[in-house]
Design a protein around this ligand. Structure first.
Ligand code: OXD
Ligand code: MN
Length: 573
């Protein structure tokens, strides 16, 4: 890699505090990062990205398998030879005048049977400092690897940050990732989406486990009994908020514990339960909208040792973003690096601006978040953002039915450009941009996993985002979502009553605890109504997606769909 990229020097990262200080000083001297007020925000720094490099770029993300068919119809594909050739040209001499950092890292608790090792080469101090928070990196990782272990080879370079020369390429057959031309988290912190999801999902298929785009949380009841749930939602559906939920006043005796907010690795445990670990060591959360009410635990987490990216920098060297609190009267410098006041048209913080913070700092972090065997999962939740159709919550009928429900989740978009609202994007298991192989084979793998789990979790579907005709939310969400989680746990324990409908089990009237709480008249009825006509249309629309998957779609998926259709036609709701 040195011969290819020709850095001026190479630095092997040990992960020490002294190294962090050295790199921070160096990045400050070049303007790559700014130190924030160390009294108010100890250990915190600020970074601004190139304005053309502020989000993941799915169009420039490729799965490079020898056979195109193996990447499947939902991924962009490039042949490994073309990809190594094309990116090799861009990497050539790209680190001249720069330092190459070698970052050994572990995803998952060190020593856990779930853990995987990677080594990321990068020319970005910002990336090293982020990886320091998001992974277990440095000496411990190198020791864990030993002299002969297997690891994912990750090469990252900023090159000239030109979007025309930006490629995020995965070579699952070589256990390799090459990413060039972007310094944005999801494209550049290669342990996260690239390793923990795309390469991870491929390894999971090969080795018999699942890498999922799921948060993990624990619920402790007043008697001290624990249940853990894993939940998949498309990006920007509030996973971090749900993972750090604060129980509402009526449920003070309950505690919600955070295990992870974005990714879960799931394996069958020795006790026959499905066990989950969070492969990450930090949170890379969306800043806008995070505040004392929406997510007090996140706010507490980011008071120290945090990297803020693309938020508003205030003159007193603290930070602000839309939805944090009232806009600062004194203004500041916005995410583009321009002077900003509350009267400015441009936003202060980019809508995808982020905080990177150590998970261990979260007040709700689970005492079991680093358990090597993972936590036992009682329930899996799939959800999307749709204004109508699915009830607030329903329980699926079996693992196969749950797999079908997960495979067909969707979110609606608001498209300012086309003026079209409510465009449905299918996002199977919230993995559309993250599955590293053929989506049909992925569904088959889910079905096979179901046969291996002796004590499988129940699978549920939720939609927190249902609205009335005027577009008002029918359900308040946030902390109140605990009511729905408790109904699920009641179902797992056999104590919560349900009504069987064509789509699955919905809460029996009175079985969802609504104490100390009121919804608008009629809201509850709408939230639990199963509209037969709408579901039959939904099936039609799922078929467009299933057709795209083609002949690797497992028969069981179509079978589950036909059974749903029959149930709808037979008994309506
Ligand atoms: C995402 C993220 O885009 O977690 O899903 O950043
Ligand atoms: Mn995510």
């Amino acid at each position: 890699m040195e011969a290819l990229c020709r850095p001026d020097k190479t630095h092997w990262c040990d992960g020490s505090e002294a190294e962090k200080d050295l790199l921070t000083r160096e990045a400050v001297s070049t303007g790559e990062i700014t130190i924030l007020d160390q009294k108010k925000l100890p250990g915190c720094v600020y970074h601004r990205s190139d304005p053309q490099d502020v989000a993941r770029t799915e169009d420039l993300t490729f799965i490079c398998t020898r056979s195109k068919e193996d990447a499947g119809p939902t991924n962009h594909w490039m042949s490994p030879a073309d990809a190594y050739g094309k990116l090799g040209e861009i990497f050539k001499d790209s680190m001249k005048g720069r330092t190459m950092y070698v970052v050994p890292f572990v995803m998952g608790p060190i020593g856990s049977p779930h853990a995987k090792i990677g080594v990321q080469i990068t020319d970005s101090i910002y990336v090293v400092l982020n990886n320091r928070i998001m992974t277990r990196m440095g000496k411990a990782a190198l020791e864990s690897l030993g002299s002969s272990g297997e690891f994912t080879r990750c090469l990252h370079g900023k090159a000239d940050l030109n979007p025309k020369r930006r490629f995020i390429c995965h070579f699952p057959e070589d256990n390799t990732i090459w990413s060039v031309g972007s310094n944005y988290g999801g494209n550049a912190l290669l342990g996260k989406k690239c390793l923990a999801l795309r390469i991870g999902s491929y390894l999971g298929k090969k080795e018999g486990w699942l890498a999922e785009h799921m948060l993990i949380l624990g619920i402790e009841d007043p008697a001290g009994k624990f249940h853990y749930v894993a939940a998949a939602f498309p990006s920007q559906c509030g996973k971090t908020n749900l993972a750090m939920l604060v129980p509402p006043a009526a449920f003070r005796g309950y505690k919600v514990w955070t295990v992870g907010d974005d990714i879960a690795w799931l394996r069958v445990g020795k006790d026959g339960t499905l066990r989950a670990v969070n492969p990450e060591a930090g949170f890379f959360g969306v800043a806008p909208g995070t505040n004392k009410t929406s997510n007090p635990n996140a706010l507490a987490t980011i008071q120290k040792n945090t990297i803020f990216t693309n938020v508003l920098l205030k003159p007193d060297k603290t930070v602000w973003w839309e939805g944090l609190e009232a806009p600062p009267a004194e203004g500041g410098i916005n995410w583009r690096g321009e002077a900003w006041t509350p009267a400015s048209k441009e936003k202060g913080a980019h809508p995808n601006s982020r905080f990177t913070a150590p998970a261990g700092q979260c007040p709700s972090i689970s005492p079991h978040w680093e358990d090597p065997e993972g936590v036992p999962i009682s329930a899996i939740i799939f959800g999307g953002r749709r204004a109508s159709l699915a009830p607030l919550v329903y329980e699926t009928l079996s693992w196969a039915h749950g797999t079908y429900v997960g495979a067909t989740i969707a979110s609606e978009t608001t498209s300012a450009a086309t003026g079209k609202t409510g465009v449905v994007r299918r996002d199977p298991m919230a993995m559309l941009p993250f599955c590293g192989y053929h989506m049909g084979d992925y569904f088959a793998h889910w079905l096979e996993m179901g046969d291996k789990i002796q004590r499988p979790p129940k699978i549920f579907h939720v939609d927190w985002f249902r609205t009335d005709e005027e577009g008002n939310y029918l359900w308040p969400g946030f902390g109140e979502n605990l009511r729905v989680l408790l109904w699920m746990i009641g179902r797992v324990e056999g104590t919560a009553k349900a009504r069987k409908t064509a789509i699955g089990y919905v809460p029996e009237t009175g079985s969802l605890d609504l104490s100390g709480f009121s919804l608008r008249p009629g809201a509850l009825e709408t939230l639990f109504k199963v509209d037969r006509g709408a579901w039959l249309k939904e099936i039609e629309s799922q078929n467009e997606f299933f057709d795209k998957i083609g002949d690797r779609l497992p028969q069981a998926m179509k079978r589950e769909q036909s059974k749903l259709k029959e149930r709808l036609e037979r008994d309506g709701a």
